[in-house]
Ligand binder design. Sequence first.
Ligand SMILES: [Ca+2]
Length: 527
Amino acid sequence: MRRLTVLLLSSLVIAPLRSLLRRSARFVALAVSLCPALVLLFSATLPSEASAKDGQPNFILINIDDLGYADIGPFGGKVATPQLDRMAKEGMKLTSHYAAPVCSPSRAAMMSGCYPKRVLPIPGVLFPAAAVGLNPKTTTVAEVLRGAGYATACVGKWHLGDQPEFLPTAQGFDHYFGIPYSNDMGPASEGSKSNPDKPLPKDNNKGKETKNGKGGDSEPETGLKGNAQPPLPLVDDHNVVERVKVAEHHTFTRRYTERAVKFIRENQKKPFFLYLPHNAVHFPHYPHPDYMGKSGISLQKDWVMEVDWSVGQVLDTLRELKLDSNTLVIFTSDNGGPTNQGADNTPLRGSKGSTLEGGMRVCTLAWWPGKVAAGSQTKAITAHMDLLPTFGSLARCKAIGELKLDGKDISPVLLGENGAAGHEVFHYYRGFNLEAVRSGPWKYQFATKQLFNLDTDIGETTNVAKEHADIVAQLEKHAESMKADLGDKTKDAPGVRELGRVANPQPLIGHDGTVRAGFNKIAKKLP
Ligand SMILES: [Ca+2]
């Protein structure tokens, strides 16, 4: 009878809807809106499938800002990170996991399941009051999971647009708490441009009246730079609740952690997705006063220690609530560490902002006791764009099959299934430029015409292009087919989608402290 009901529903409702959707230019958005409908249909007929909580694991994605490959214990770090050491011991190390060279594109890949250039074609990162952001039409991992019945929250740094149309609450998250971009994108006199052990610089007021697109911003749409940057806003759902100055800078890791733990407790009885992108450990380095000086090395390393504490709080909460066997936790970084600011990418060459391994390969851990083998490790090529299809697949959300994605479901890799594999080919984009390509151990850099075997030469030191002309030709062929899709050196390419764009973008807090209308229910002005 049940089977009959499902068959009937499938032929009477789902199949015609599917064909209708295929004809529709907006089928992607609709496919996602269909997701809750599917869940409802199945829960009405097959309670054992849709309401079974262990059929829908929770997901926690901890994303650290600018963390170096070797900044944490499991990847050879110099400071004590006992919580991350334990996480690695109980889970899996992903040693060939790729982000993007800088923040915004990296987060676009995480949220969309695509190469960043496909969904967020900008040359670098977004700045305050940017006119552009991740297009609200993009189906995000939060929308996929919310469609499958998940409670969703984003706690921390967003960096995919600070206009109301682009904020997490418009992109699939039930709740948002955090600074919508980097911690260095505020006034110098309020602590955003210097570490707390240095005297506070004065603002250069010349830029204060700078409008969007003036004041030296090479890409006018991407927002306000330097002295034109307004006060840093702390956003709580649809309100600006604080103007971030020195004292507040020190508190974020702790407060994000508290908010994350609260969300887990409040949602322990339903499936949830918590995205926890810390502002730590991006310059300026503001550990909590309890952690200042703790590493004996640098403020950056002190802050890494506080991040470790934070991870422990999250994992301990899961253990206490007995959610550990039903929660997949991913810990990662949004790009390689900036070595000029104390990050350590050993043994990788290069730094944040580049397509060398040190710019894009990030220390990554997966933890799911009983599912992800304890103490395991993979060198399969994986990337941030794999998170959406992986979470969607584990949540059994059928609608992801309708999405055009670059990422792949890497749950077989995480679960240690026989024959599981990562990407056969990975493309290294920096902004609009395709700078390198990797297949298996081989990485080819186009500008330098250098070929490296990353299995034997992870530090990209020895060019072996001459010895392996056939491999170079093969990699160039892969790149040509990518260029036909996402292009090179320009944003115009067949596979590049439209940026989200608003007219007349406004900062969330003006230079005089006035809070933007629509975000001022808690405070009209924050002096
Ligand atoms: Ca970053």
